[in-house]
Design a protein around this ligand. Structure first.
Ligand code: NDP
Ligand code: OXD
Length: 313
């Protein structure tokens, strides 16, 4: 069994050795330009078109992340890149759920306990107790109720906040009020105090967090973008912050990454920023998952995490 590996930033030696231990029967190599020798599986992040093109014998391509928007946008431009019968798989959870939980719990509790306000007061040496928020009105609305959205919902539920989610298809998640489809988006937004985004980036979701959407949240709502920068219209967020409609935002992802030095988001006192690392690919967890999936595929089964290319996630 031949496996080719390509990632512009990951340490290829770590991955090739780690996979070799898990799949001793496989021959694993780093893909280099010009290599068109046969391969059964490809492990990739934004692969060069030439890496996959014409590889009709592939039994699967594994994306080394949860989101596949970069690969799908490349595929749209170069449909010849991936033969139609070759399934594309993505990472489902592999430790990202817990990382997203940590990020969301820290941020939401910080806002709930007004640590952002106290941080600003500290800068003025101001000793002043502020009124607490009401827990029962501190409704958290999660855009996306998939692997990561539902994981985050579970972690916030235990703090007693009302939790709601919005997805494409109907869901039944205990303790979560579920909304689905475009028709129910306004109902989902109405009464939401904290908006958390965990949608995939697709033609249907691009630019979804815009002024019109933000205006439907509670006055002084909070926004946490953990998914993709393409979901958020950054100028609309800044305008809503200026108008006081949105009180604060925490952003892990941006329309352009790295975020430009001159972006007004950096200096905004009510915007927290992290450099797209809310949930990173953990090599050991990811390699366990991929090795298991390859063995399932070899046994004629279809592993989890198959991307629906037409749907876009
Ligand atoms: P999933 O595919 O498991 O979940 C996606 C959810 O979004 C599903 O509930 C889906 O609905 C819903 N959805 C998709 N399209 C629509 C739509 N048009 N309208 C309403 N709901 C929609 O993805 P994950 O939870 O694994 O990951 C989510 C995203 O998180 C990734 O795509 C990636 O962009 C981002 N991410 C960011 C990271 C970071 O470090 N910042 C790290 C990892 C991921 P349904 O359930 O009905 O299909
Ligand atoms: C991912 C990411 O999608 O790191 O996995 O953003």
């Amino acid at each position: 069994m031949d496996i080719i590996f390509y990632h512009p930033f990951f340490n290829a030696t770590t991955w090739i050795n780690g996979l070799q231990q898990r799949l001793p029967q496989a021959t694993i190599r780093k893909w280099l330009p010009g290599d068109s020798a046969p391969a059964d599986y490809a492990l990739v992040r934004t692969p060069p078109v030439a890496m996959l093109q014409g590889r009709n014998q592939l039994k699967g391509v594994f994306a080394l992340g949860a989101g596949v928007d970069d690969i799908l946008s490349q595929l749209k431009q170069h449909p010849e890149m991936l033969p139609e019968h070759v399934p594309l798989f993505r990472l489902e959870d592999t430790g990202m759920g817990l990382q997203m939980q940590e990020y969301a719990v820290c941020t939401v509790l910080g806002w709930f306990r007004r640590f952002d306000d106290y941080q600003l007061q500290k800068q003025q040496a101001l000793w002043q107790s502020l009124e607490n928020y009401s827990r029962k009105n501190f409704t958290v609305g999660i855009l996306g109720a998939g692997v990561l959205g539902s994981s985050v919902a579970q972690s916030l539920k235990v703090w007693g906040f009302p939790i709601r989610s919005w997805s494409r298809s109907p869901k039944q998640i205990e303790g979560v009020t579920s909304y689905h489809g475009a028709d129910q988006l306004s109902d989902f937004l109405n009464g939401t105090q904290v908006l958390i985004n965990l949608l995939p980036n697709t033609p249907q979701t691009v630019g979804i967090i815009n002024r019109q959407l933000l205006s439907q949240l509670n006055d002084g709502a909070f926004v946490l973008n953990l998914a993709r920068g393409a979901h958020l219209v950054e100028d609309d967020l800044l305008a809503a912050l200026e108008a006081g409609e949105i009180k604060a935002a925490a952003l892990d992802v941006f329309a352009r990454e790295p975020l430009a030095e001159q972006s007004p988001l950096w200096a905004h006192p009510r915007v927290a920023i992290t450099p797209h690392n809310a949930a990173v690919t953990l090599p050991d967890e990811a390699m366990d998952y991929i090795a298991k999936s390859i063995l399932q595929r070899e046994a004629g089964e279809m592993p989890e995490g198959k991307v629906d290319i037409a749907r876009g996630y």
